[in-house]
Design a protein. Sequence first.
Length: 261
Amino acid sequence: MTLRLFRISGLWILQALLLAGSACARDSDVLHRPPALASAPQDKYGDLVRMGHAIVTDTLGKAGRYSGNRLSCSNCHLDAGRKPGAAPLWAAFVAYPAWRTKTDRVDTFDERVQQCFRYSLNGIPPAYGSIELTAIAAYAHFLARGLPVGPDSKGRGFPLLGKTGLDPNRDRGRVVYRQHCQNCHGEDGGGLPNMPPLWGFGSYNKGAGMANVATAATFIKANMPLGNPVLSDQQALDVAAYIDAQVRPPDPRRGLLSIFR
């Protein structure tokens, strides 16, 4: 009798685990729909959420004491950090703490934001407890409302590229840039009104994720030209190689001479 009960209870436990696993799998396949900013509450938390949104969309204007270039967070985290496949903030918020090979440690979400300021914004990291860092975290938390904690949210980061069989080529990339990118970002890559610079000293530095050709290519393939992403995997790799070969601020970890590498 005892053995039979043990077997029955064991089967119930196994079924529960299988159901939980399938539910988790279904949850990870569902694309998260972040709440509208207008639904943020009219209280201190809501005020921080709205401030975070303002910083993400106008970083130089709202967090200029920490920013070192002309970029805003939303130039990479498109649609104010809401767009899947464009490093959405909601997916990042539930993925941290997480191990990063770039830092050789487990980073928190706040530390990840600090790194964005240091490299992508070529500035200095906002201090722990600063109003800017607190507001960005509150905004990301708001966007992630209802999303399970974990690294496997559908739409996180940028979609991976397939193998093309060819290495990235800067010369081909120059042609792609002139055909598909120049109208918005300028012949010299310095950007146009309301369009970000892709190189030069107003853009991200050599320590940024976008300074990695593979990373930049995945972003470009999924999202550029803005609103009409039409490039092939190879074109995305080629134009990323061309963009990242241009002059930009040095990696702060490697000193001024890294500008020539």
